[in-house]
Design a binder for this molecule. Sequence first.
Ligand code: FAD
Length: 251
Amino acid sequence: MSAPAHWRANADLAGLTTLALPARARWLVRVEQEDELPGVLAHASRMDLPVMVLGGGSNVLFARDYPGVVIVMDLMGVQACADGKDMLVTAAAGENWHQFVEYTLSRGWFGLENLALIPGRVGAAPVQNIGAYGVELAQRFHSLRYLDRDGGQVETLTAEQCEFAYRDSIFKNRLRDKAIILSCTFRLSQQFTPVLTYPALRNALQVAGLDSDNSSIAESHEEISAQQVFDAVCAVRRSKLPDPTVLGNAG
Ligand SMILES: Cc1cc2nc3c(=O)[nH]c(=O)nc-3n(C[C@H](O)[C@H](O)[C@H](O)COP(=O)(O)OP(=O)(O)OC[C@H]3O[C@@H](n4cnc5c(N)ncnc54)[C@H](O)[C@@H]3O)c2cc1C
């Protein structure tokens, strides 16, 4: 059985992971529209090939060639609507995580600043409940939509139903290899409340002259902007780890 014309055979995977180790996929297909997915899965099934979903490749190690179909999630788009004082912001799975954080900040929708510069795409973020610098995804999460790989239907899960725990979720357990996350919705605030529980972040902000006295951190919170927290997180992260797009690493 032949593959559809846009499937790439014997595709190089090195450029699709941050570790950039040499490996190839028997087939690679980039998906830009949700409604392409059922056809891709059906065709892979007819060819009796395993399927793997790839986002930004920052948490995947291909130790050898992949003998099936690698689906790269390129779904794009961000939508937002007000919900009382909050904003419900939905991003498609293929959106770059850091750029999404930057975008929400630019719109005055707060809550993701501490998660700046985490590599990868939105669709993978719930899989391990990404977290950094005192905040984890679960705290800002509203819901997600996923495609059930077996049944072919689109399902919605609330944050609670995602069973988030430390670097863990239902997608690493009961729904492992069963769900393709299509989009994620976050509940963000239009009023900024800094989270400065992480010592390195507090230090960075003090170094920047925002707080000269360790004991007065609480009182000085109101003067700290979301942009300053975002910048401090980026600065701390850059001081600790090389940019994975420049020097391959796994965090
Ligand atoms: C330099 C560096 C720093 C990092 N820092 C942090 C950090 O501070 N905090 C943190 O939590 N993590 C961190 N990570 C880990 C990584 O950034 C996260 O795990 C990120 O969410 C992975 O996103 P990705 O798009 O690259 O996923 P990938 O590596 O492409 O995929 C990861 C897993 O998710 C699955 N997956 C991907 N997309 C989907 C989808 N749409 N539906 C279903 N399954 C999917 C894949 O099959 C795979 O099992 C770091 C990694 C690096 C390299």
